[in-house]
Design a protein around this ligand. Sequence first.
Ligand code: NAP
Length: 177
Amino acid sequence: MKNKRKIVLYIATSLDGYIATCDDSLEWLFKVEGEGDNGISEFYDTVDTILMGKRTYDWVIENAEGDFPYNDKECYVFSRSAHKDNNDVKFVNGDVVNLTNQLKNEEGKNIWLVGGGELLLSFIKEKLVDEIIVTVAPTLIGKGIPLFKEDDYQLELMLKGVRRFNQFVELSYEVRR
Ligand SMILES: NC(=O)c1ccc[n+]([C@@H]2O[C@H](COP(=O)([O-])OP(=O)(O)OC[C@H]3O[C@@H](n4cnc5c(N)ncnc54)[C@H](OP(=O)(O)O)[C@@H]3O)[C@@H](O)[C@H]2O)c1
């Protein structure tokens, strides 16, 4: 039997657990000295579908130079309000469980959960994430948008791998079921 596709959170974080400053800046991240592309293209090849929250989508649109960067993948943006789909993305409203189950039952590569922290919280609370890969920047930013929002949940993980990309550390975990 073929392996079921997985939902993989692949995200960069400051050492103190933030994915962006309060004003959505990632400058602190981009100035870290990594190595090559820090494993991004290798990971990118393992997925064919991308999930993100509306605030992350807005950030990508504002900061993309040229074409939408994920236009070779099937891309879903979660929002609780209605938006018109475009050539790059489909907007989905609400039920993370339904869409995830539907996608997992289809054939395909893994599914990249891009974030941000708010959308991730829904996935964590519903125990929908299969793997977590965090790339940790050697930076403390003190406050900002948390990777893991405070709430009632507990998730046990199994460490699968540790890699170093110069100043970055990549930690890979499997979620225990
Ligand atoms: N460091 C990194 O690798 C990384 C990765 C990703 C994002 N980021 C950064 O993180 C920031 C955005 O993160 P964030 O946590 O503020 O926002 P987010 O999770 O990207 O988006 C939040 C929005 O998504 C929608 N949403 C969230 N959960 C939903 C659900 N269960 N069902 C339906 N819609 C849902 C809502 O949109 P509506 O308000 O439209 O209803 C909500 O306002 C940006 O600055 C981005 O650059 C950093």
